[in-house]
Design a protein around this ligand. Structure first.
Ligand code: GTP
Ligand code: MG
Length: 201
């Protein structure tokens, strides 16, 4: 039988300061994207623990950098979402600072997963974010979320349209995954990809 992809997963620490993140140099994979896109839910689906990361139907739930240790080997990192219009300007600026300091300053961040909602066409805020990642040389992959909310045909069409849009700016596509935290679609693909990257480190 294959080795289980997840042997253990546990919460380690939450904080707002990248300097207070774990200092053990294990590789880490961070999840970012618009508020409510499903970052925390996907971390729970990947690890198979419903309540590991806090989720909410109201946007703006995750406000800190959250480290979860998987298999005692690598971290999943749940970040606050961006682009939640109902937050105050100063709170949005503060969260943006936390996110930017983490993404640009965290040497242990092996890869950033950027989550986008599979139901929507490319949003300006996400495209600008990809652009910013490119300018800063941040390695990233894209995860489409909430695929269970779409029919198969519409889902395929949306993903294709999204890729076409990215190819207008990028020569090559980053790795792309299509997921659902409800049905666990895409779970194995994401976990195997992480294992493959870990094996190269
Ligand atoms: P913030 O922490 O606020 O930035 O949000 P988040 O990106 O962590 O989103 P979260 O995981 O809290 O999920 C937001 C809402 O979407 C919750 O009501 C989830 O139940 C729902 N949701 C997340 N993923 C899926 C999915 O794959 N399918 C369905 N149907 N609902 C989902
Ligand atoms: Mg969250």
């Amino acid at each position: 039988m294959d080795k289980p992809l997840i042997k253990s997963a546990r919460f380690v620490v939450s904080n707002s300061d990248v300097r207070k993140c774990p200092v053990d140099n294990r590789p880490e994979y961070a999840f970012i994207g618009r508020s409510n896109v499903g970052k925390s839910s996907l971390i729970n689906a990947l690890t198979g623990q419903k309540k590991l990361a806090m989720t909410s139907s109201t946007p703006g739930k995750t406000l800190l950098i959250n480290h979860f240790l998987v298999n005692e080997e690598w971290y999943l990192v749940d970040l606050p979402g961006y682009g939640y219009a109902k937050r105050s300007k100063s709170q949005n600026e503060q969260l943006q600072r936390i996110i930017n300091n983490y993404i640009l300053g965290r040497e242990q961040m092996t890869l950033l997963f950027v989550l986008v909602d599979s139901r929507h066409e490319p949003q300006k805020i996400d495209l600008e974010f990809f652009h910013w990642l490119g300018e800063n040389g941040v390695p990233f992959a894209i995860i489409f979320t909430k695929a269970d909310k779409m029919g198969k045909v519409a889902l395929g069409a949306n993903v294709k349209a999204y890729k076409d849009c990215l190819l207008e700016e990028w020569e090559e596509l980053p790795p792309v995954f299509v997921t659902s935290s409800e049905t666990r679609m895409g779970r194995e693909e994401v976990l195997r990809y992480i294992e493959d990257v870990n094996a190269t480190l």
